[in-house]
Unconditional design. Structure first.
Length: 264
């Protein structure tokens, strides 16, 4: 009798995954600034449009029965772009500042992870087997993407490290997570979400370094050109680093009624 396996709805966190994730976060920072600033929509209108786009893509992603790489990464891009304008609106338009915004969003990320674990008993980042787990997954991603933007701004502006100094700090933090992962020093889910959060400010400060004016410490590169370049690099990354979903033995997993596709 053949074993039955269920396909997770999200890709394995391989080297290719993290490379594309960094490109996506950089795209989100530059793309969010392009919509809110260059297109003159402002933070609130831009956030409304981008959150609507993210909600649509997330709905399609959750309703599909199989993992689709381009749909998944399109949803990630929509979340990180919406996160950029949302963080800017919260920290700047609402006037709570980068410190207040970062603390608020960090509490939302932690709250989402705790609730996820209490409701479903686990919050593994690759065993996304049903729609409830996937809803928690995308909610946590939304909060983490928004937190990453505020955190990047805090280090670059409030802490005075600038874009280069901040990218160095976040780069070291990510290398530390890689080290802890190889030493198996911490729980895998904790390391995944730590890396997921930190790749966002890393991409944000890199994006800001390229697109901000020279008198603000940037290179003043065209945001339209940067978004097109990053989009092309992401698409190339998906093609060069095939994304695959984790196959999980159904005998070892507690599954709900709404599951992904089962293959024999």
């Amino acid at each position: 009798m053949s074993k039955l396996y269920i396909n997770s709805k999200v890709p394995l966190a391989t080297f290719g995954f993290w490379l594309i994730k960094i490109l996506a976060t950089t795209f989100g920072e530059v793309g969010g600034n392009l919509v809110s600033m260059d297109m003159g929509l402002g933070y609130l209108k831009a956030t409304t449009i981008l959150v609507g786009l993210f909600a649509l893509l997330a709905f399609v992603q959750i309703m599909t029965k199989r993992f689709h790489p381009f749909l998944y990464w399109g949803t990630i891009v929509a979340s990180t772009t919406a996160g950029t304008t949302l963080a800017d609106y919260v920290t700047r338009s609402l006037g709570i500042g980068y410190t207040g915004g970062s603390l608020l969003l960090l509490s939302l990320v932690i709250g989402s992870l705790i609730t996820w674990r209490k409701v479903l008993g686990r919050n593994s980042a690759d065993d996304i087997l049903d729609r409830r787990a996937e809803c928690f997954y995308w909610l946590t991603i939304t909060f983490s993407q928004t937190l990453g933007t505020a955190l990047g701004d805090w280090f670059a502006d409030t802490a005075g490290l600038g874009y280069i100094g901040s990218s160095f700090v976040f780069g070291l933090a990510l290398l530390s997570i890689v080290f802890l992962h190889h030493r198996r020093a911490l729980n895998g889910a904790i390391l995944f979400w730590a890396a997921f959060i930190l790749t966002r400010p890393f991409g944000a400060v890199v994006g800001n370094f390229f697109d901000k004016p020279i008198d603000h410490g940037g290179l003043a590169v065209s945001r339209a050109m940067l978004t097109c370049t990053l989009f092309a690099l992401m698409a190339l990354g998906v093609l060069l680093f095939p994304q695959s979903a984790k196959k999980i033995n159904t005998k070892n997993s507690a599954l709900s009624k709404n599951t992904a596709t089962i293959d024999s």
